[in-house]
Structures are given as structure tokens and as C-alpha cells.
Design a protein around this ligand. Structure first.
Ligand code: SAM
Length: 482
């Protein structure tokens, strides 16, 4: 954003009922490694200070744009614009096409039009991400399908709203990707205020609840960390999206009030310091995919990594470690049951390198003798996450198999990082190295436990270790791939 775009944005912000404390917060360019353009404290700011306030009506979402109502509820739903981000993307395209008459004209003009995220990388750079879960999550094909099946038919069927001569400028696939990337790197989830009236009927048709309802936890099923996002909550929040983020550095947070959103300091901030929001202290793979940067911090073990890093292991690696191809009918039934009962198809190893509880349960489930399997289904109870020798052996095979999905070794990557690499490659190598270090640590832990199992040979000591969940396992996060 140029300085003239910034000042146009700031005066638009204030003209439209938003306000910011001009004595406390300013905007400047930081080093690229510090996030580039961001917010700075102009003076010492105490904790709990309101930095800026935005009326809910000035956020841009399918609730606040008038397009869904103008188009009509029926058509909105018929074209599936109430599912996923296609509806918001179309609203953003349409608002932009309205030019100066759009309520968000200056805001939209201030947003970036190019991105460094892997979505826009060439094949050579993407190749460097092999083994990480980024490539399969890019969603380029899904986005293109939504564009072709939801957006284009809508646009072509309503020339009163989308004049044909505007299509090549405002409603192209390229614009679709740009708007999608703006949402990916800048949107917030803004839930409806509990008592709030549903004023934009077309946008409020999604089945999601405005309340933050936790999924019920069934016995034996590990908690599911991620909740389904309700598309009507996904909102562009002017000014809040100017704040950068760094692992563990958050000093300001967005609070959702009935009529407005407030960015409030959560710690004292010294004059000259950057004002950091949080993107959730994400693993590097997710930071890179959504935002195009990574976080690297010196850790107590002397390595430089992101403490929020995780490794995702697809549950089918566990299945193939146990059952021979073709997968037996019984294994298929068990996997279906595990998934129906809320078990997840992706197992997550965190940076502490403990085996995910879900992995141990799944292994044990697949190994259960038939009678016990019948009992488990009757009681709707997964096996305990107790890692015995057989389970540990299989888990270590799964970890080795997962490690082999990366074409390079830890040593190769450490060597590469000493070289002068282009930025995309440096990021990709750092992401895969962080993941491999976690896998290697998990493998080492598992092998240590196997050695203990082998030497203790049924002694009392071993009984004590088997009494509860193995140290190697933990109540794990499981995750649904997006
Ligand atoms: C919500 S925006 C923040 C404002 C942004 N810097 C701008 O100029 O509009 C998120 C983007 O800021 C950049 N960013 C934020 N934090 C960063 C960090 N710690 N290191 C590098 N880039 C960062 C990334 O490009 C990211 O996609």
C-alpha cells in the first residue's frame, strides 16, 4: 500500500464510524522479516487500552454486503454461495466493481493484489514442499471448481448485476484467486452477536450456529481441535488486518462487542514497538500456506524452529502398516466405525514428539481380536491408548514410513540452510526440516520405549509402566484436513 493509499484508507476508516487512537497507533514499514507494513506504538501504551474500534457494519462479509439480498436468497443458495468462501469472494468482486459507490471502495483499494504464498509458486518451488501437507491443502483445483460451478453461472445469469463488459476485469479466475488469498491471509471469524437480528437473510442461510458450540466428546475419541467454520462469520476487518503476527508475541487482541469490534492492548507496549496480533501461533506449514511467511525462534535445545510446529500423518499410513493390500473387509469396517465415531483421518504429532493417542487407539483397534472388536462396537468404546510392544513397533514403522515421504534427510536440509537460498526454497526447506525433526524425535522416543519394554521382560517395573497410558502417548490433537 502506498502512503497515499494508506491516508485514503485512514480517512475512509474515520468517515465511516470507525475510530483509532491517533496518539497511540501509527503504521509503518518494518523489515520484511518483521512482517513488512504493520502497526507501531507511537507512545507507551498501557494494557487494556483501546487502539481502534470498528462498527460491525463496516466489516465486509456476506452479512454486510448487500449483494446476497439483491441477488435473492433462493438464487444465493441454489448456486451454493452459502457454502465455503465463494459467496464472500463474489461479494468482494462485486463491491470492487461498484467502484466509489461501494462502502468498502478505499478499503478494497488498500488490499494487496499479489501474494507470495505457495498457491502462487511455480512447480519447481512446490516440489521443495514434497512430504509436507501444504501441497495437498493448497486447494487450487477446489477454488477453480467453485469459480466455474458457483461464481461464473451466477455472474452470467444476472447481467443486470454483473454487466458482461465488466466480466474480463472484475470477475476473472485471477481475481477469484486474489480475493481468496485476501481472505486466507486477512479474514477474521466474527460470530453474530447472540441477540443480533438476522438482517441479511440471504447470507444467514447457512446451517452453522452463531454460538460457539463444542462438539460432544464420546468415550475414547480424542478431542477434535478444529471446529467447522461458518461461512457467514468469515469477515474482512479493516485495520485489524494491518497487524502482523509472530509466535508468542501477541500484545493486542480483537474483542467482539455487540455493535463493534475493538482492538485492545493485552500487555503494556513500549513506544516504537510493533503491535502484534496473533494468527493462532500456527505451525510453519500453515503460516506459509496462509500468509507466506514462517516463524523461527531459538529453542532451548539450541535449534531454531517454530515451537508450534506439528506433523500430520494420514491415518491410512497406520492402516497400511497393519493390513496387507488389499485392505481386509474387517479392517475396512473398523476404519469406517472409527471415522463414524469421530476418529480423524489425520493424526497430529506435536513438537513434544509424543505419539498421538489417536494413533495408538487406531493401531489397537485394528489389532483387536474379533470378539473384542464386537464388544467395542456394542459399547461404542475405542481401545485404551496403551502402547504395548506390538503397538510401539507398528507406530515406529508408521513414523519411518512418514519420514520417507520427504525426498531429503535432516542432514541434507541442515546443509541446504547454510547456503544462500532463494526465499521460497529457504521457507520450504525450513518447513520440512521442522517436521522431520519432530518425526525423528518421536521415532527416537518410541524406540527408547521399545527398548525398555524388551529389557523389562514382564517384571513388576513393566507392569507399572503398562498400568496407565504409556508416556509415549498423549491426549492428542486430531485434525480434519481442510
Ligand atoms: C494480516 S496481514 C498483516 C499486514 C501486512 N503486513 C500488510 O502489509 O498488509 C498478513 C500478512 O502480513 C505478513 N506478515 C505478518 N506477520 C509476519 C511475520 N512475522 N513475518 C513475515 N511476514 C509477516 C505476511 O505477508 C502476511 O500474509
Amino acid at each position: 500500500m502506498s502512503s497515499s493509499e494508506l491516508s485514503a484508507f485512514l480517512s475512509w476508516f474515520e468517515r465511516n464510524g470507525a475510530s483509532y487512537d491517533t496518539s497511540a497507533i501509527g503504521f509503518q514499514d518494518f523489515e520484511p522479516s518483521e512482517g513488512g507494513r504493520g502497526a507501531v506504538a507511537l507512545r507507551d501504551i498501557p494494557e487494556d487500552h483501546i487502539l481502534f474500534t470498528i462498527p460491525r457494519s463496516l466489516t465486509l462479509s456476506t452479512r454486510t454486503s448487500s449483494l446476497p439480498n439483491i441477488l435473492g436468497v433462493e438464487e444465493w443458495k441454489r448456486n451454493k454461495l452459502d457454502e465455503g468462501w465463494a459467496g464472500l469472494i463474489l461479494c468482494m468482486m462485486w463491491e470492487r466493481a461498484q467502484g466509489a459507490t461501494s462502502r468498502w471502495a478505499e478499503y478494497l483499494d488498500s488490499l494487496p493484489t499479489s501474494f507470495d504464498t505457495p498457491m502462487f509458486w511455480n512447480d519447481e518451488d512446490l516440489e521443495q514442499l514434497k512430504g509436507t501437507s501444504i501441497v495437498e491443502k493448497l486447494g487450487r483445483q477446489d477454488a477453480e471448481r467453485d469459480y466455474k460451478e458457483k461464481v461464473l453461472p451466477t455472474v452470467k445469469s444476472r447481467s443486470d448485476l454483473f454487466p458482461a463488459e465488466m466480466l474480463p476485469t472484475y470477475y476473472t479466475l485471477e481475481q477469484y484467486h486474489i480475493m481468496g488469498s485476501r481472505i486466507l491471509s486477512r479474514s477474521f471469524d466474527v460470530e453474530r452477536w447472540e441477540e443480533e437480528d438476522s438482517s441479511n437473510e440471504a447470507a444467514n442461510t447457512s446451517s452453522g450456529s452463531a454460538m460457539d458450540v463444542d462438539a460432544p466428546e464420546r468415550e475414547g475419541i480424542p478431542e477434535v481441535e478444529e471446529e467447522e467454520e461458518d461461512p457467514v462469520d468469515v469477515s474482512m476487518v479493516p485495520m485489524a488486518d494491518l497487524l502482523n503476527a509472530r509466535f508468542g508475541s501477541e500484545n493486542a487482541k480483537l474483542f467482539h462487542e455487540e455493535k463493534e469490534l475493538r482492538m485492545v492492548s493485552t500487555k503494556p507496549i513500549k513506544a516504537g514497538e510493533q503491535i502484534w496480533n496473533t494468527y493462532g501461533d500456527l505451525p510453519n506449514a500453515e503460516l506459509l500456506r496462509r500468509y507466506g511467511h514462517i516463524d523461527l525462534l531459538p529453542l532451548p535445545d539450541g535449534q531454531v524452529d517454530n515451537p508450534g510446529d506439528v506433523v500430520e500423518i494420514r491415518a491410512d499410513l497406520v492402516v497400511s502398516a497393519i493390513s496387507r493390500e488389499p485392505v481386509s473387509q474387517s479392517a475396512k469396517e473398523r476404519i469406517d466405525w472409527y471415522l463414524e465415531e469421530g476418529g480423524d483421518d489425520v493424526l497430529v504429532v506435536e513438537s513434544d514428539a509424543d505419539l498421538p493417542q489417536a494413533m495408538i487407539m487406531l493401531i489397537r483397534l485394528l489389532l483387536l481380536p474379533d470378539e473384542e472388536w464386537q464388544r467395542a462396537t456394542q459399547k461404542r468404546k475405542l481401545p485404551k491408548a496403551k502402547a504395548d510392544t506390538q503397538t510401539l513397533e507398528i507406530a515406529s514403522g508408521v513414523l519411518e514410513n512418514r519420514l520417507s515421504q520427504y525426498p531429503t534427510t535432516i542432514k541434507d536440509d541442515e546443509g541446504l540452510l547454510t547456503e544462500d537460498l532463494p526465499l521460497n526454497k529457504r521457507y520450504a526447506v525450513s518447513v520440512r526440516l521442522g517436521e522431520k525433526r519432530i518425526l525423528a524425535a518421536a521415532l527416537e522416543k518410541t524406540k527408547r520405549l521399545l527398548a525398555v519394554e524388551a529389557t523389562s521382560n514382564g517384571s513388576n517395573k513393566r507392569k507399572r509402566q503398562e498400568g496407565g497410558s504409556s508416556d509415549a502417548s498423549k491426549k492428542s490433537k486430531t485434525k480434519t484436513r481442510k
